[in-house]
Design a protein around this ligand. Structure first.
Ligand code: BG6
Length: 367
């Protein structure tokens, strides 16, 4: 059932191109110019009446939500807050009938997320669920549901469910933008065209998995490292760091690249690995100066860069991994893949149980 792969996690990483295609299938009009989401119960009028969004989830799904925040704010220009579900209820969040609460959960059974959903509904908000399991508790109780079509995810560390959640956010964000007119029809069509190239681009990344393996083996000798990035790269850094911690038990911290100098720069010492995400073109120069700060203190830097920046990046980083060119907004759907591979190979090098890491469960049904 692992279809020739050594672990479910690796199989699921390789299933991502299919998961992207399946999650997009039938949700893009035949002419490729608009999003169709017939599964939504909310009418365009309801959507037009929403003036704030709360995204609530746990773990990896929460990290998809951080990307979702930028997607919705950029496409629909509606303000979005994100919360971890176990905190949400206890901060007296301002939930009104004009609030859309989006809960994200692979399993649809996470107790913290379900409790947040119920609290949101009690306060009169509409709840949209993004989940991978039809008929799950979250899917049954939400007002609207977008099912990710990642297929069953067996490995505890989430990979294809996370990236499918990103695809769901892109689709919903575009649907919202076309409803409000915050993006022109041509802009929507342009983004959809780029989305349809993502599966093939992930395949190109997977074809280079061996280069990640060598870096992962090096990293597995360390007990501490950093992930840095700005903007969407920071959201992906958080997920890369979580993945590594979950299955390799190597401690790492994700930092907004520009914040490092305000806090933990003292922890950057000779030889420490730093994974630097450098895919946000408009922030590239700024990130580069943060890389110089860590290099000056002896860090060993792996840069995740956009194709075309190889020669230039070689001057600043020790290793690099290039992802195919896409729109800035879509980069997380590509840049997370080398980080998934990195944690997989690091865990493997350390001889850990990749699919069933210690102390973690696939779905946690207690608060
Ligand atoms: C945790 C899992 O307990 O729950 C994580 O170990 C997962 O991998 C998180 O991301 C949320 O799960 P779900 O099913 O709500 O997405």
């Amino acid at each position: 059932e692992k279809a020739g792969f050594d672990h479910f996690m690796l199989k699921e990483i390789y299933e991502q191109p299919k998961a992207y295609r399946d999650t997009m299938r039938g949700r893009i009009s035949e002419d490729g110019r608009s999003v169709v989401l017939p599964e939504l119960n909310m009418t365009p009028e309801i959507l037009r009446g929403i003036n704030r969004v709360h995204i609530v989830a746990c773990g990896t799904a929460m990290h998809a939500g951080l990307v979702g925040k930028t997607i919705i704010e950029q496409l629909a220009r509606i303000p979005v807050e994100t919360d971890v579900a176990s905190e949400y209820r206890y901060r007296s969040p301002i939930i009104t009938p004009d609030t859309l609460v989006i809960v994200v959960s692979q399993s649809g059974e996470t107790a913290d997320t379900l409790a947040a959903l119920r609290e949101a509904q009690r306060c009169g908000a509409r709840v949209l669920a993004i989940t991978n399991v039809v008929g799950s508790s979250v899917a049954r109780e939400a007002d609207d549901v977008i099912i990710t079509l990642a297929g069953p995810e067996i490995a505890v560390a989430s990979t294809k469910a996370y990236t499918s959640q990103l695809i769901a956010f892109y689709l919903f964000g575009l649907y919202w933008a076309q409803t409000l007119g915050t993006k022109t029809a041509d802009e929507v069509a342009h983004i959809l065209a780029a989305m349809q190239s993502l599966p093939e681009q992930v395949e190109k990344i997977l074809a280079q998995a061996e280069t990640v393996k060598a870096v992962a083996e090096e990293i597995s000798k360390h007990s501490n490292l950093f992930f840095i990035g700005r903007g969407l790269d920071y959201a992906v850094a958080l997920e890369g760091s979580l993945k590594l911690k979950e299955i390799s038990y190597i401690h790492s911290e994700a930092y907004a690249a520009g914040e490092l100098k305000h806090g933990t720069l003292a922890l950057i010492e000779d030889g420490i690995p730093v994974i630097a995400l450098m895919t946000q073109e408009e922030l590239y120069e700024k990130t580069l100066s943060n890389i110089k700060e860590v290099k000056a203190r002896g860090a060993h830097v792996l840069g995740i860069i956009n194709e075309g920046h190889e020669a230039e990046a070689a001057k600043s980083v020790d290793h690099q991994f290039a992802i195919p060119r896409t729109l800035t907004l879509l980069t997380p759907a590509l840049s997370v893949v080398p980080l998934q591979l990195l944690s997989y190979y690091a865990s493997l090098a350390l001889g850990h149980d990749v699919d069933k890491p210690r102390n973690l469960a696939k779905s946690v049904t207690v608060e």
